[in-house]
Ligand binder design. Structure first.
Ligand SMILES: [Cu+2]
Length: 159
């Protein structure tokens, strides 16, 4: 009985493939560590069936706190955003809280860095500052159904 004979080239390919797998795994782990890529923490959930009766999301709109901070509560649904028109002041941080009662939507304020996914079951909470006054187009950038292309609204940044 003799030991299994593995051809030299076959051995080289085996080692080469193993090294590549190790290199790719290392790149993923190192890349995730260096760039702090990780799943979101403090995820806030909400029952999609309760969005329309929820104390916060049933009446979406722009709210100004006594200290002057601005909160935008909005809903993305098939096939519109509520509210349809958002007015916010320029140059100060605006906090957005959004959710969806049906399917996955996007909320992108074209020309700014406000661009989030709005997923049913979750609250998207983010803060953004709009330095330039003007009228901006808001689009849904996640395909959400047959009238997805009509899903748009406006955001006005007031000086
Ligand atoms: Cu949509």
């Amino acid at each position: 009985m003799s030991a299994m004979k593995v051809d030299l080239y076959e051995r080289l390919w085996l080692w080469g493939a193993s090294l590549m797998i190790a290199a790719f795994l290392t790149a993923i782990v190192v890349g995730a560590r260096l760039h702090a890529v990780h799943p979101p923490s403090h995820v806030e959930t909400i029952d999609p069936l309760r969005v329309r009766t929820d104390s916060e999301f049933a009446q979406p709109g722009v709210r100004t706190a006594p200290d002057g901070s601005v909160l935008v509560v909005a809903v993305a649904e098939m096939y519109r955003f509520r509210p349809q028109l958002i007015r916010v002041p320029a140059g100060q941080p605006i906090r957005f809280r959004m959710t969806s009662p049906d399917v996955l939507h996007g909320f992108q304020v074209v020309g700014t860095n406000a661009n989030v996914m709005v997923a049913p079951g979750y609250v998207s909470d983010f803060t953004v500052t709009f330095p330039h006054p003007g009228e901006y187009l808001v689009l849904c950038n996640e395909y959400c159904g047959l009238a997805h292309h009509q899903m748009a609204s406006r955001l006005i940044v007031e000086p």
